[in-house]
Structures are given as C-alpha cells and as structure tokens.
Design a protein around this ligand. Structure first.
Ligand SMILES: CC1=C(CCC(=O)O)c2cc3nc(cc4[nH]c(cc5[nH]c(cc1n2)c(C)c5CCC(=O)O)c(CCC(=O)O)c4C)C(CCC(=O)O)=C3C
Ligand SMILES: [Fe+2]
Length: 356
C-alpha cells in the first residue's frame, strides 16, 4: 500500500463465556433505553449457546481470508482487529497499531449498510478510543460496501443454493436488522433514508441476477427489534411477515439475511430458531440462505476497496471506488448517519481533525 500503513477491522463484539454475557449486554445498551426484560431475554439466547457468540470466530475467519487474499496479491498488509463491545477492545488495537509504528490506518467495518449503529457510532468509537488512550493516529473509515458487486454476487450464490431446495417458485424475504424509524430516516448524508434505500437497491440486484421463474415475489423485512414498545422501529417483523405470506397463500419462502455479513446471533437465533419455528407452525416451507461470510467474491471486494481507497488517498483524491452501483461519496459524507441521541458528540467527532 502507498498511503496507509495498516488495516483495522472494527466489529461489534460478543461474549465468549457465560460470565461475559451480562457485561457485554450492558455495554451494548448503555444509555440506550432498552427494557431490562429485553436484556434478560437476549441473555438467555447467548446462555443457550454456552455464553459464546459466534461473531468473534467469524471475524477471525474473515481476517484469515483477508490475510490470505492480500498475500495472494503480493501485498503484505498489517491487519488488526478491534471490537466495540468486547475483547479485543478497540482502544487496545489502536495502541498496538501505534506501538508497531503505524500512523495511517484504514478501517473496515463489519457492517455493510449505512446507519448510526453500523457507521457513525463506529466513527465515534474511534474518536473516543483515541481520546481515551491518548493515541495519535490518522484514521479513515471505508464507507458501507453493501452495494459492491462482490457483496451482491456472494448473496446471489447463496440465494441460488437455497432455491435449489424448492421445486416451485418461492417468495424471497430479504431480512435486515430493525432500527428505530428515526435512525433509518437519518441514515445516509442528510435525512436520506439510505438504510432502506441501500437494502432495496441490493435486493433488486440480487433478484435481477436470479432466474425469474424461480421467484414468486420479494420483500424487505426486519428482525431483532429491541427498543421500548412505544418507540417506532422498522416493520414488518419477519415473523409477522411470514404470517401475512401464509395468509396470502404462499407456501415456499427463502429468508435472505442480506443485512448481516456473517451468521451471528441475530441470524442463528432470530431467523434459524424463531422465524423457522414460526414458518413451521404456519406450514410454510422455509429455507435460510447463507451470509456472505468468507465468500471469495466478498473477500475480494473488500481487498479491491482497500486498494482503491489507498490509491485515492495517495493521490489526495476523493474516493469513489469501483463497481457499478458503488456510490460511496453519496452514501457516506461527513455528516452521514446523524447521531440523534447525542448531536453534540457527533459534531465534536467531526471537528476533531481526524478523518472519521
Ligand atoms: C443495524 C444493526 C446491526 C447490523 C449491522 C452490523 O452488523 O453492525 C447490528 C448488528 C449486531 N447487533 C448485535 C447485538 C446486539 N444488538 C443490540 C441492540 C441494537 N442493535 C441495533 C442495530 C444493529 N445491530 C440497534 C439500533 C440496537 C438497539 C440498541 C442501540 O441503539 O444500540 C443488542 C442489545 C440487546 C437487544 O436488544 O438485542 C445486542 C446484543 C450483534 C452481535 C451478535 C452476536 O453476538 O453474534 C451484531 C453483529
Ligand atoms: Fe444489534
């Protein structure tokens, strides 16, 4: 690389033992107004799996795949990993990067779509960790990459595999994380509703790449709602949607977890367990397609984006990136994904001089 010294993968984090479950959940929901009953319920999901979230293992697999693909391209790129809500903590990763003599860092987020939770909150985390650790680094963040061809291709392969199991056309239900309606409305540059727009654009491209006679219809729906009942979150929930589909006479459904890059707890618990149980009760034949994980098209897309961002940064040019519908500049401007909870803090993160 010409400009950056290191690449940091910044992820959500998850517990890896029963003792870590409560502290993790409290860290995630600090100041977020999530009801205690919801936390108790989510704790049981983690504890049912021995208190171990699959997400850290999935990040390790992604790091291994990235290392392998960088080497295959003849590039020795120092790769680091930090989490928002669990070990390895972001601040420790940044300290290590600095101690190893690196100064310019390019950050890859494990969120493919723009929203406060998946974009700006990570930039605030970087700002806070630098301030907390007194760490002086120049840090850039790669914008959301869900619309990259490689992300679409990996999903197309997965949906095609899932459709193999059906002898008649199926309904395709694209599923993503529900977020508060206000957060969705503020996602993207300026009140742009980029969260939904971007998911819809990707869903359309996936559908267009599949054989039309295998698809009855498609929709974008949501899972994992967690706020208080009086706060509007994006709907419909996948379970309600399955009921509506069954009422309308649909018999076959593929659930496509397009909003998630790996099979973490939302996918395993909320789709593979809860939504599958709903489908069974309704007599629906349902299948869940795989997440992009370490699909070569996805890993290569990330590698390509890193090189493209590096080349643009070394020429001091704004990054627009490769790919047909890749609209990085529109999707992630300085003011994107407004922090509705703490506008003052967001403004501070922007003025701090760091290029978050
Ligand atoms: C948009 C989005 C993504 C997708 C983009 C991305 O992938 O980043 C995502 C991913 C994830 N969310 C995760 C876990 C949790 N999210 C929670 C709560 C929340 N998520 C939100 C949004 C998102 N979350 C929001 C608006 C809240 C409400 C609280 C708040 O405003 O911040 C809670 C609290 C309990 C609950 O209510 O569920 C937990 C435990 C895990 C780890 C899973 C594992 O351990 O395998 C992952 C990858
Ligand atoms: Fe979440």
């Amino acid at each position: 690389m010409q400009f950056y010294d290191a690449v940091l993968v910044l992820s959500f984090g998850g517990p890896e033992s029963p003792d870590e479950v409560r502290p993790f959940l409290e860290h995630v929901t600090r100041g977020r107004g999530i009801p205690a009953e919801r936390l108790d319920e989510v704790a049981t999901h983690y504890l049912a799996r021995g208190g171990v979230s699959p997400i850290n293992g999935q990040v390790r697999a992604l790091l291994a795949a990235l290392t392998e693909r960088f080497s295959a391209r003849g590039a020795e790129v120092p790769l680091y990993w930090g989490n928002r809500n669990s070990q390895p903590w972001l601040v420790d990763a940044l300290r290590q990067i600095h101690a190893d003599g690196h100064r310019r860092v390019l950050t890859l987020l494990t969120s493919a779509f723009p929203s406060y939770s998946g974009c700006r909150q990570y930039r605030e985390n970087l700002h806070d960790a630098c301030a907390e650790g007194g760490i002086d680094l120049e840090i850039d963040v790669m914008p959301a990459y869900g619309e990259h061809d490689g992300f679409v291709t990996a999903n197309v392969d997965a949906v095609r595999d899932a459709l193999e199991g059906f002898d008649e056309p199926a309904h395709i239900a694209f599923v993503t994380h529900s977020i508060p309606e206000a957060m969705a409305a503020a996602s993207g540059p300026t009140e742009a509703d980029a969260y939904n727009d971007s998911h819809l654009a990707v869903a359309e491209r996936i559908v267009d790449a599949l054989e039309p006679d295998r698809i009855a219809a498609w929709s974008l729906v949501y899972c994992s709602r967690s706020g208080p009942p009086q706060q509007p979150w994006l709907e419909p929930d996948i379970n309600d949607h399955l009921r509506a589909l069954a009422d309308a006479g649909v018999t076959r459904v593929v659930m496509v977890p397009v909003g998630f890059i790996s099979d973490h707890m939302e996918v395993l618990n909320d789709l593979d367990e809860e939504a599958m149980e709903t489908a069974t009760e309704l007599g629906l034949q349902a299948r869940r397609s795989g997440t992009v994980g370490t699909h070569p098209a996805f890993v290569d897309a990330l590698i390509e984006l890193v090189f493209a961002q590096d080349a643009a940064a070394s020429r001091q040019q704004p990054f627009t990136g490769p790919g047909r519908a890749w609209r990085a500049s529109e999707r992630c401007s300085a003011g994107c994904c407004a922090n509705l909870r703490d506008p003052g803090k967001a403004a501070m993160a922007e003025r701090s001089g760091a290029v978050f």
